[in-house]
Design a protein around this ligand. Structure first.
Ligand SMILES: C[S@@+](CC[C@H](N)C(=O)[O-])C[C@H]1O[C@@H](n2cnc3c(N)ncnc32)[C@H](O)[C@@H]1O
Ligand code: SF4
Length: 381
């Protein structure tokens, strides 16, 4: 029998500059980062999780951020080696690193490959310089394309991110940009609609009326166009914002959406670990320096550790699983909280074209995914 997937997420919380739309746990530190010190802290957290999640087979590792391509290859390598020492790191495990496509960071790609990284996810965001400038990015479109070409030379699996529904973006402009992107695509694309996140400079400009993003109708049309173009190019959507050639889906991200266990290492990282038969939700201290100080003083940077109730586990499975094209297994959902979804409600939502059911599998249709949050609220009510 295949072991259940188990992933390890490593959060590197630093960036060269803070992008004005971003509310991830990412920070700029002009004084530099003591990578030796940070590595020692990651290794300490790994030791602790090795006790908590002993005996698991690691099927994926994901270095996310922030900007993990600011990590030295030696730091990445030491973390992968420690994971392989503590757990059975499965042969062929997917090891992804998120990289920003500046030329300096591209210089690290060969080193990451040697360290054991086998999948690169590049934050390209847009394919023209004017849009990149408006997004506050530190790289040009040509730099991003050069980094992509280099990534394809070093890695068998490469993904890149774009942000669409940007200020002033017309359907025609996005059609041209996405067509260009699909021409360069390897096996995977993450295509995110611009979200105005509270507390960011974009949110302030949006509130002041100086940043105008496409309205709901245009955003829906942009989403539909995205699905059609990717499908026609052989990279159909398998999740709300993710597209892949069949078989090249991100195994690590699938693990979150399918409700499997993972350990999150680093500031603000979250974990879900089944321990003594109960699923626990853990989170780490969010502030980078606060986390580092705690790990150095106590051996871990834990902020919270809660046992999830059966109801909470089922709710998470519903919430995450309906993001996927494949949907959720109703039998598994019922086994989690001991009750089935209301059949009449499912039938009514399927009648409205928002859900589709195939035996015990239930999925949101493309129309349903456009109103996913509302749909989940109705199902969970
Ligand atoms: C955690 S970021 C890290 C990636 C890397 N630091 C970079 O910027 O290239 C992952 C992705 O989230 C997306 N993202 C971040 N903020 C967003 C927002 N407000 N709206 C839409 N997408 C966003 C970007 O596409 C980004 O590549
Ligand atoms: S989008 Fe990426 S580079 Fe920009 S601030 Fe967020 S994590 Fe950092």
């Amino acid at each position: 029998m295949m072991p259940k997937p188990f992933g390890i997420y490593v959060h590197w919380p630093f960036c060269r500059a803070k992008c004005p739309y971003c509310d991830f746990n990412s920070h700029v530190r002009h004084g530099g980062i003591d990578q030796e010190r940070w590595l020692a802290a990651y290794l300490a957290e790994l030791r602790r999780f090795a006790v908590f999640a002993a005996g698991r087979s690691v099927t994926s590792i994901f270095f996310g951020g922030g900007t993990p391509s600011l990590m030295r290859p030696a730091t990445v390598s030491a973390i992968i080696d420690a994971i392989a020492d503590h757990w059975d790191l499965q042969e062929g495990a997917e090891i992804t690193l998120e990289a920003n496509p500046t030329s300096v960071e591209a210089g690290n790609f060969a080193g990451y490959r040697t360290s054991g990284v086998n999948r690169l996810s590049l934050g390209m965001q847009a394919l023209d310089d004017q849009s990149l400038k408006a997004l506050g990015r530190q790289h040009s479109a040509q730099e991003a394309l050069d980094a992509l070409a280099l990534a394809k030379r070093h890695f068998d699996r490469v993904s890149f991110d774009l942000i669409y529904a940007r200020e002033g973006q017309t359907l025609k402009a996005w059609q041209a940009e996405l067509t260009h992107a699909l021409y360069h695509a390897a096996d995977h694309l993450s295509l995110y609609q611009l979200t105005i996140e509270e507390g960011t400079p974009f949110a302030a400009r949006h509130a002041a009326g100086t940043l105008r993003v496409p309205d709901g109708t245009r955003a829906c049309a942009l989403y539909q166009l995205t699905q059609e173009l990717c499908e026609a190019a052989g990279l159909p959507g398998y999740e709300v914002s993710n597209h892949a050639r069949p078989g090249f889906e991100s195994r690590h991200n699938l693990l979150y959406w399918r409700g499997h266990d993972y350990a999150g290492i680093g500031p603000g990282a979250h974990s879900r670990i089944t321990f003594n038969g109960a699923k626990r939700a853990l989170s780490a201290i969010k502030s980078p320096e606060g986390w580092l100080a705690e790990v150095e003083a106590r051996g871990h940077g834990l902020a919270s550790d809660d046992a999830l109730s059966a109801e909470e586990v089922a709710e998470e499975y519903l919430l995450m699983g309906l993001r996927l094209n494949e949907g959720i297994d109703l039998g598994r959902l019922a086994a989690l909280n001991g009750r089935r979804l209301d059949d009449d409600r499912v039938t009514a939502l399927a009648g409205d074209g928002l859900l589709k059911r195939d035996g015990d599998w239930l999925a949101a249709t493309p129309k349903g995914r456009l109103v996913l949050n509302q749909l989940i609220l109705e199902l969970a009510a």
